[in-house]
Structures are given as structure tokens and as C-alpha cells.
Write a protein that binds this ligand. Structure first.
Ligand SMILES: [Zn+2]
Length: 277
């Protein structure tokens, strides 16, 4: 790969030195009106809460226009979040496009986007005390664990989310696990190593009282897993790490404060994909 490589093009050094081009410039992104959300969140009252036990997950429902928080309550704990359109599970959180549109880690003002062919904001992050929430990881799962360690483990986030969704829909986990998707890794401190470019994790700095808060842009079914990795400082996919519960809190605002809000519709792309009209 060095410039001494005889197969390298003559302008290799010039190419490497080129300034990177941002694929999706923020200036073209439709931005949420955070002043409206600030006014709404000042009026909101808590209407429901769900405690997610360690190494487990719980499903919850949030109506369009409500806010919800994921709160650290007892100790440093990473959470794996899935979101679906409550009326159509085929529309779900699109981690990869959210990463491409925003960044490797998301925070207040960023949005979590839905899959094609919908591609609209499912939530807007309305408040955040930590700003360490990863959209580069996927979720711990028993298949990868078996591949790498040769052992079975049943309480990875993928399995926890599958059980929570199954309980909500009153079916078996294997019947719905295909709906479980790449997550928002809430409170997870991650990146890529400089030398080998591998995905790494470090102990989450989250402390009890920290939270991330979302504004629901559509009616949502959500599920949150308290990852068996705990603070994800050393290990996951086992019973080794110290784990703590997480809390989901749901809030109802004074709806008159949202009078000017533009609710997102599915993408207007015609979906002919190049075939004749
Ligand atoms: Zn996990």
C-alpha cells in the first residue's frame, strides 16, 4: 500500500491526501424545529414507565407526539433499542442509513430514520445527557457467539429483543426474530481502532440519572434490551459482566404546543426503479 508499491498509480500520494467528501452533507438535511420540541417537553407529564431487567428486554408502545426516555437507574448499563412502526413491522429503524446521514454516534437534534421504502424520521432525539449512543454496532447475538466461541448463550440482546417482541405479539421468539434489527446502542462507548480498523468498546461512562430522550414522529412499538455486556468494558454474550436494569419513561405533552409540527410521511419516491412508467 506504500508509495513504493510498483503497482500503485503514479498519483497515489495525491489521492490519499485528498480532502474527504461528506457523502450526505448536513446542509441538505431537513432539520427538526427544536424550539417547538423544547416548548412541548416543558409541558410533558409522565404517563407510564417500564423497567427492563438485566439480561432481558421489554417492549413498549409510544404514540406519535409523545416523548420517551431511556434512563440509567442503578449502575452503568448499555441498552440495545429496536423501533418499529406500530402498525407495520416492515417499517423499522435503519441503523446504517442513520449512521450515513448523521454520524457514528448520535445525539440531540439527530433523528432515527426508518427503512426503505419509507425512509422517514421515526423519532427525533429531543434531549440527551451523554451523547454516546452508537449506530455502528449491530447487537450481540447467539449466532455470532456460537461462531466465535463455540458455546451457546440465550440472553444476548438479539434473543432478549426477540423474546420481548414475541411476548408483545403473543407468539414464539423464532416466529418474530427476523423483525429484530440493528440497534441504537444506547450509552455505548465504541469506535474503530486506528491500526486494524476493528470495532472496539470501552466502559460506558453512563451514570444513574443519565438519559436519552426521544420525540415520537410516528406511532411506535419499541423494545429495549439491557445488554449482557453491562457497561461493555470487557465482555458480552455471557453472564460474566455486572448488569443493571434500565428504565423507559413515556411522557405526554400539551398537544397544543405541537400545532406547527410537520409529521413525516413515507418517502414520495415513485418506486419504479428505472422500469417504464
Ligand atoms: Zn448486547
Amino acid at each position: 500500500m506504500s508509495s513504493e508499491n510498483p503497482t500503485a498509480p503514479a498519483d497515489a500520494a495525491l489521492r490519499r491526501a485528498a480532502k474527504p467528501t461528506i457523502v450526505y452533507p448536513a446542509s441538505t438535511m431537513p432539520r427538526p424545529d427544536m424550539a417547538v420540541l423544547e416548548a412541548a417537553r416543558r409541558t410533558m407529564v409522565k404517563i407510564h414507565e417500564v423497567v427492563v431487567p438485566p439480561r432481558n428486554a421489554r417492549a413498549f408502545r409510544v404514540s406519535r407526539g409523545q416523548f420517551f426516555r431511556i434512563v440509567s437507574i442503578e449502575g452503568p448499563q448499555v441498552g440495545d433499542l429496536n423501533l418499529w412502526n406500530a402498525d407495520d413491522l416492515s417499517e423499522r429503524f435503519f441503523s446504517g442509513k442513520t449512521r450515513a446521514l448523521h454520524a457514528t454516534h448520535v445525539g440531540a437534534g439527530d433523528r432515527l430514520w426508518s427503512t426503505m421504502p419509507y425512509v422517514r424520521p421515526m423519532v427525533t432525539i429531543s434531549h440527551d445527557t451523554l451523547s454516546i449512543h452508537d449506530v455502528i454496532g449491530t447487537r450481540c447475538d447467539p449466532y455470532t457467539n456460537l461462531l466465535l466461541s463455540g458455546t451457546g448463550y440465550d440472553f444476548c440482546c438479539h434473543s432478549n429483543l426477540s423474546r420481548a417482541l414475541a411476548a408483545e405479539l403473543k407468539v414464539e421468539p423464532c416466529a418474530v426474530e427476523h423483525h429484530v434489527h440493528d440497534v441504537l446502542n444506547v450509552f455505548m462507548c465504541t469506535g474503530f481502532t486506528k491500526d486494524t480498523h476493528q470495532y472496539f468498546m470501552k466502559a460506558s461512562p453512563v451514570r444513574p440519572g443519565d438519559f436519552i430522550e426521544f420525540f415520537a414522529e410516528i406511532d411506535l412499538l419499541g423494545a429495549l434490551s439491557a445488554c449482557p455486556g453491562g457497561d461493555c468494558s470487557a465482555t458480552h454474550s455471557s453472564d460474566v459482566a455486572a448488569c443493571y436494569p434500565l428504565k423507559v419513561e413515556i411522557f405526554e405533552p400539551d398537544r397544543t404546543t405541537l400545532g406547527t409540527w410537520t409529521w413525516p410521511s413515507p418517502s414520495e419516491y415513485h418506486r419504479r426503479h428505472g422500469t417504464p412508467a
